[in-house]
Design a protein around this ligand. Sequence first.
Ligand code: GLU
Length: 370
Amino acid sequence: MLLYESTSTSRLYTKFAGIVSNRPDALFSLILLIFPGAMSRKPRIVILATGGTIAGSAASETGGSYTSAKIGVDDLLAVIPEIRHLADITGEQIASIGSQDMDEQTWLKLAKRCNELLAQDDVDGLVITHGTDTMEETAYFLHLTTRSMKPVVLTGAMRPANARSADGPMNLYEAVATAVSPESHGLGVMVVTNDTVFGARDVTKSCTTAIHTFQSPNFGPLGHIHAQAIEYQRKPQRKHTTESEFNVDQIEQLPKVAIVYAHAGADSALAVDAFASAGYDGIVHAGFGNGNFHSKVGEALHKATQKGVHVVRASRTGSGAVTEAGEVSDTELGSVAAGLLNPQKARILLQLALTVTRDRERVREMFRAY
Ligand code: GLU
């Protein structure tokens, strides 16, 4: 009997091996046959909490003043029991700050922890709760420094946790729904708020107080969410996550890059000179229109590039690209055009670029690629 079974099993195996070599999907069907639970287990999501208004506590349910980062991840989850139907969820508190206090040390800690978790077979995706002030910067930093096709979704809130019509619980629920969706794989890091999924590269906080603050000015969102269903409209085209060459695993400190902001009559040559003399590796100039600047500022920027400081021309306009050909010659100035990156994101890309190269042409190529 035993012999019969093993012979028949071996025949079956040989037959199946033949099918599998022609049809790899048959292997998948076999796995489902043997382990029927393989597809039915709930996805596993880790929530990394950093603070922000989503964890904020207000003195009154309708008032405007509050303190961010007062509520821990477990209490955030306790008000949305339905979230446990979507996924098996565990939480970790990475920081407890308003995101105005977000800094590079916390970015590095977060990126390293994300990569550890994403490498685990028992983790299917990450959700990061974060203040909205600098969420777009953290999202873009992680978009370029995490190495996985698994979804990483940032979310937050504009109203504190105990406000009337707090937006945090639904945002967190929809962030988890986005993280467990198979369609979210390979889209890089995303921001989910107000029933909308944004790509990390394009998203920006556009309003000081409104719950629809996040927008993607040039291209619109990646998708919308209704009743847990996500309808994607487009995919990010630039390199990110698994295609990124930036690896911060061994990095303890990022290169120093400052942003100098333009305005009519600005004496910002002073600021450019100061950063260049203080040993900054780079300066992003948030210029007028298509990355323009006052002629005196231009002279200071030119002096800086001659000293070896990397200068990126971005724009304060809020949308549109700073193009390589315009009123400024990047070749003469020794600068790099930011393209569609806003100044705060251009700063992140320049910092990461300078961890890899000091060659100006390579930095330019990176601004075309990421
Ligand atoms: N300053 C807060 C923060 O970024 C305000 C915004 C928020 O979380 O909505 O943490």
